[in-house]
Design a protein. Sequence first.
Length: 140
Amino acid sequence: MRRTLAPPNTPIDKIVTIQKFDFDGKLKILRGYSGSGFQVNDEFVSGSVILYPREVHSCPISEESEITNQLLEPHLKFLRPDMMLIGVGHNPQHLYQPLRDYAHKQGVGIDIMSTPSACRTWNVLLSEGRQVVACLLPVS
């Protein structure tokens, strides 16, 4: 995973509009996304990511078909979130029933959606103080 401090005028294909809310400065706010990565706070992170409220992890996948129970399991066990967001890039074309069944067995809500929708939802859930994990693929 390559992280860089984004210059003020770094072009990003899409920008996430967020409302102002009070946070401790450590929360990982999504400020933008593109086909190559994500603007998390003031850093651009290349490729797919797994986000915790205060951490960013690289995600070694590039295709939605690579999102598996085995990929998600360590993150669900470590953080014990009440919600998991999956951003598959484009609008989901499948029901992803095995992932939904796995999350249900773990007692975690799961929402699978386009990456732009997942980015917006992430920021809303953070602003509510929710314990959430997100797996996001760049916008295709």
